[in-house]
Design a binder for this molecule. Structure first.
Ligand code: FAD
Length: 501
C-alpha cells in the first residue's frame, strides 16, 4: 500500500448533491479521509426541486445508518411504489412502471414469457396483476416491512417522495455532527496549480481561501469547477430529449395519499405530480420550441389537484452530460455533472452512484489517470443507459396531435436503444448490460405501456403443461391481491408510524 487517501476533501455546494456527498464521505471512510469541508452560499441558494426517488436510495440511507421513520418524518416523505404514466402512448392511455419484479422466474425463464403464452390464448389479464407494487399502488395501500411477504410472492420494492430541501438539511445535520465543516460564502475564483492545472484553492468573498487535495463539484448547473475552471466540455443530448425548461409549483395536498409519482404527457412535454405529506409537488417539463412560458404556466396551473402555494418557479437546462465527470482532482456530482429530465427520477440516484464509485476508487494523493478513466467509463455507461430508457418513453408513442410528439416519433434514436426495441419486438427479450440501473421489469413496463407488442416469446415457456402454468399464474395473482388488500392505506400507515411533526 503506497498511497493514503487524499487528506482533505472540499465539497463545493450545499444542495442535495453536496450534502449527500459530504455525509457519505465522512461516514463511509470512517476517518480515512483527513477532513471534509463544504462550501455553500445561501445567497445563491439551491435548485430546491427533486422530490421523487427510486428504491436504491434505501442503500444510501442504510449505509449512513439513517433511521427510516425519523427520515420520513423530518423530510415530509411518503412512500413510492412506481410511476404512473398518463397519455404517453396515446391520449387516454395509462400504465404504471412499478418497482420490483413481475411474478417469479419459473424454471429459469422470466415470468413475462409465461404471461405472454397465456395472454396469446386469452387466459390472463394485465401483467400488473403479478406485480406486488402495481397492485398495492392501485389500491393506494402501503406498509413497511413489506419484506416479510411469503415465499413465492414477489417482494414489494419501494422508494420515497420527499422534500429535497429538507433532505439536504437532514443530511447537513448528520454530516456536521460527524465532523464535516461547513463554510458559508460565495466562491469568487478558483485557483489552479500553474504546473498541471489541478485545482489548488477556492477564493471566497472577504478574501478567504479554502485549499484542498480533492474537490467534489456540487455547484449545480453552473459547474463552477468542472466547467467554468477546467472547461471539461458537455455532450448535448437535446436532439433526443428536446425539453429544455421546467416550471415547478407546490399545491395543497388531497386525499388519498397516492403511493406513486404521476407523469402526464402534455402538448409540449409532461407534468409531474409528487404527493408529499404536507403538499403536492408539481411541475411541467417542456420544450420551449413548441410552447411559450406563459402557456406552459397556464397549463400547469390549470392541472393542479389543490390550490397553488406559490408562483411557478422557472428552470432552464440542456439535457446531456459532462464529457468527463472526473477531471484532474475534481469529481462533479448532481446537476454539475449533467442533466436528464426527472421522468424516471434518476438525478438523485446518479448522485448516489457517483458517490459510491468515488468511494470505491477513493483518490490517493497522487493522480492516477487509470482510476479517473475508469470512473468516467462507468459513469458514461450509466448515463447512456438511463438516457435510452427516457428516450423510449418519447419515441415509442402513437401520439401525433402535437409537434413535439410528431418530432419524437420520427427522430433518429441511439443505436443502443434501437437494438433494445428490435430485440423486444422480435422475442420479448430485454438486452442485458453490466451496470444497468433499469433491469428487465422496468423495460418491460415501459415497452408494453408504450404499446410495443412482441411478436414471439421464449419458447422454453412452452415446456411446462398449460394446466400447470395456468394454475401457477392464478394462484400468484390471487395471493398478491389478497396480501395487497390487507395492507393499510398509505395515509393510515403514515399517520400511525411516521407522520411529520
Ligand atoms: P443545487 O441544488 O443547484 O445546489 C448547488 C449548490 O452550489 C448550492 O448550495 C449553491 O449555493 C452552491 N454554489 C453554486 N455556486 C456557488 C458559488 N459561487 N459559491 C458558493 N456556493 C455556490 N431529481 C430526482 O432525483 N428526482 C426528481 O424528481 C427531480 N426533479 C427535478 C425537477 C427539475 C425541474 C430539476 C431541474 C431537477 C430535478 N431533479 C430531480 C434533480 C435534483 O433537483 C438535483 O439532482 C438535486 O437537487 C441536486 O442538485 P445539486 O445539489 O446538484 O445542485
Amino acid at each position: 500500500m503506497s498511497e493514503q487517501p487524499a487528506r482533505k476533501f472540499v465539497v463545493v455546494g450545499g444542495g442535495t448533491a453536496g450534502w449527500m456527498a459530504a455525509a457519505a464521505l465522512i461516514q463511509a471512510t470512517k476517518g480515512q479521509v483527513g477532513s471534509v469541508e463544504l462550501v455553500e452560499s445561501e445567497e445563491i441558494g439551491t435548485v430546491g426541486v427533486g422530490e421523487a426517488t427510486i428504491p436504491p436510495i434505501q442503500f444510501l440511507n442504510s449505509l449512513l445508518g439513517i433511521d427510516e421513520f425519523d427520515f420520513i418524518r423530518k423530510t415530509q416523505a411518503t412512500f413510492k411504489l412506481g410511476i404512473q404514466f398518463r397519455d404517453w402512448n396515446k391520449l387516454g392511455s395509462q400504465y404504471i412502471h412499478p418497482f420490483g419484479p413481475y411474478g417469479v422466474t419459473l424454471d429459469g425463464v422470466s415470468f413475462h414469457h409465461y404471461w405472454l403464452r397465456m395472454k396469446a390464448q386469452g387466459r390472463t389479464g394485465s401483467l400488473d396483476d403479478y406485480s406486488m407494487a402495481a397492485v398495492t399502488a392501485s389500491l393506494d395501500h402501503f406498509a413497511v416491512p413489506p419484506k416479510e411477504l411469503p415465499p413465492g410472492v414477489p417482494q414489494l420494492a419501494y422508494a420515497y417522495h420527499f422534500d429535497a430541501a429538507l433532505y439536504a438539511r437532514y443530511l447537513r445535520a448528520y454530516a456536521e455532527a460527524r465532523g464535516v465543516r461547513r463554510i458559508e460564502g460565495k466562491i469568487n475564483a478558483v485557483k489552479l496549480r500553474p504546473q498541471d492545472g489541478f485545482v489548488e484553492a477556492l477564493e471566497l468573498d472577504g478574501g478567504r481561501r479554502v485549499e484542498g487535495d480533492f474537490f467534489v463539484d456540487c455547484s449545480g448547473f453552473r459547474g463552477l469547477l468542472i466547467e467554468q475552471s477546467l472547461q471539461t466540455g458537455y455532450e448535448d443530448w437535446s436532439r433526443w430529449l428536446p425539453c429544455d425548461r421546467a416550471l415547478a409549483v407546490p399545491c395543497d395536498g388531497v386525499t388519498p395519499l397516492t403511493p406513486y409519482t404521476r407523469a402526464t404527457a402534455r402538448e409540449a412535454g409532461w407534468q409531474w405530480r409528487i404527493p408529499l405529506q404536507h403538499r403536492i409537488g408539481n411541475g411541467y417539463v417542456y420544450c420551449s420550441q413548441f410552447i411559450s412560458d406563459d402557456e406552459a404556466a397556464a397549463t400547469l396551473l390549470a392541472n393542479l389537484d389543490g390550490a397553488p402555494q406559490a408562483d411557478p418557479r422557472p428552470l432552464r437546462f440542456v439535457t446531456g452530460r459532462r464529457k468527463k465527470t472526473w477531471n484532474k482532482n475534481v469529481v462533479a456530482l448532481g446537476l454539475a455533472s449533467g442533466f436528464m429530465e426527472p421522468l424516471e427520477s434518476t438525478s438523485i440516484h446518479l448522485v448516489q452512484t457517483g458517490i459510491m464509485r468515488l468511494l470505491s476508487l477513493l483518490p490517493t494523493g497522487a493522480h492516477e489517470p487509470a482510476v479517473a478513466d475508469e470512473y468516467n467509463r462507468l459513469t458514461q455507461i450509466e448515463y447512456e443507459q438511463i438516457r435510452d430508457f427516457i428516450v423510449l418513453h418519447y419515441h415509442a408513442t402513437e401520439r401525433d396531435d402535437a409537434p413535439l410528439w410528431r418530432y419524437c416519433r420520427e427522430m433518429e434514436i441511439p443505436d443502443s436503444l434501437r437494438h433494445k426495441i428490435e430485440l423486444f419486438r422480435a422475442k420479448a427479450k430485454i438486452a442485458r448490460y453490466d451496470e444497468q440501473l433499469f433491469a428487465e421489469p422496468s423495460w418491460l413496463a415501459v415497452f408494453l405501456g408504450q404499446g410495443i407488442e412482441p411478436r414471439d416469446y421464449d419458447r422454453l415457456a412452452d415446456v411446462a403443461s398449460q394446466a400447470n402454468v395456468s394454475a401457477k399464474l392464478d394462484s400468484l395473482r390471487d395471493s398478491i391481491r389478497r396480501l395487497a388488500s390487507r395492507l393499510p392505506t398509505q395515509g393510515a400507515f403514515i399517520a400511525a408510524t411516521c407522520k411529520a411533526d
